[in-house]
Design a protein around this ligand. Structure first.
Ligand code: GLU
Length: 275
């Protein structure tokens, strides 16, 4: 069995928050109280001498509500316009909150293209490493204003796995709208059982994740398991926790039994850029 206490010693932490975690489900607008807590926890992680990268969704959700659009944008140009509006709005809030704790944050926008091309890959990797060594908190999102089907990653669960694989993160924490992985979708099956640790990611696990999704964000449990495959094969432990209570991040880092832990299983022949 993996000892959860080992998570206390992780140094380079990547945290992914979804749109459903940082916005109110009723209105789709930013949940400032939760964002404030999240920023405080990340500032604290830095104060512990660790490094933190935040992968934050919410650009499209925040942008569409800023212009009074009540449903998900239907056309690509509308989605991209919403992302442009929302990304700026989100960064403004993050910058304000991080500055209260004397931390700088920086915006990093990536697409799949960044990972496919050697030169842009190296540039993104170097920039992220430089920011971390400066003590800055990089805030990553997909560059939704330019990404189209051919070059999009499409969901930030996968994006966060790409990022943590690129910078050799020690721990990837995904905040979800569910406690972790169940044997079946607990919203539809009362008998679904919670799984605390996944030591081996096989077809059985992918089968369990079928169907469980979110109304607000893009990813469901399936994309999270896919992210887990990439992260664990790259040598990163990954935990899925419920983002309803962002204090769960602290609990995981204290070695408590929270969420589902996917144990790192480094495969030296695995190239995440080819997955
Ligand atoms: N990049 C999208 C956004 O910021 C979200 C993708 C996702 O929810 O996974 O709105």
């Amino acid at each position: 069995m993996t000892d959860r206490k080992q998570l206390k010693d992780k140094k380079r932490i990547v945290i992914k928050v979804g749109s459903s975690t940082i916005t109110y489900p009723e209105t789709g607008t930013i949940n400032y109280a939760k964002l404030e807590k999240l920023v405080r926890i990340i500032a604290d992680i830095r104060n512990m001498g660790k490094e933190a990268v935040l992968v934050s969704s919410g650009a499209i959700a925040v942008g569409r509500h800023a212009i009074g659009l009540n449903e998900k944008p239907k056309t690509l140009s509308c989605k991209q316009a919403c992302a442009a509006i929302g990304q700026a709005a989100l960064m403004t809030v993050y910058k304000k909150l991080f500055s209260e704790y004397n931390y700088n944050c920086a915006q990093i926008l990536l697409t799949k293209y960044t990972f496919m091309q050697d030169e842009s890959y190296m540039n993104a990797c170097n920039t992220l490493n430089e920011l971390l060594s400066m003590g800055v908190i990089p805030i990553v999102n997909e560059n939704d204003t330019v990404s189209t089907a051919e070059i999009e990653i499409g969901d930030n669960d996968s994006l966060s796995a790409y990022v943590s694989s690129m910078i050799h993160g020690d721990l990837l924490i995904l905040l979800s709208d569910i406690d972790g992985l169940y044997t079946d979708d607990p919203r539809h099956n009362k008998n679904a059982e919670f799984i605390s640790v996944v030591e081996k990611l096989d077809d059985n696990i992918f089968e369990m994740a079928k169907g469980a999704g979110s109304d607000v964000g893009t990813g469901g449990m399936h994309t999270k398991i896919h992210a887990a495959l990439m992260a664990t094969k790259s040598g990163t432990d990954m935990v899925i926790i419920n983002g309803d209570d962002v204090e769960n991040i602290r609990a995981v880092m204290n070695g408590e039994e929270k969420g589902t832990l996917f144990v790192a299983n480094k495969d030296d022949n695995f190239d995440f850029r080819k997955l």
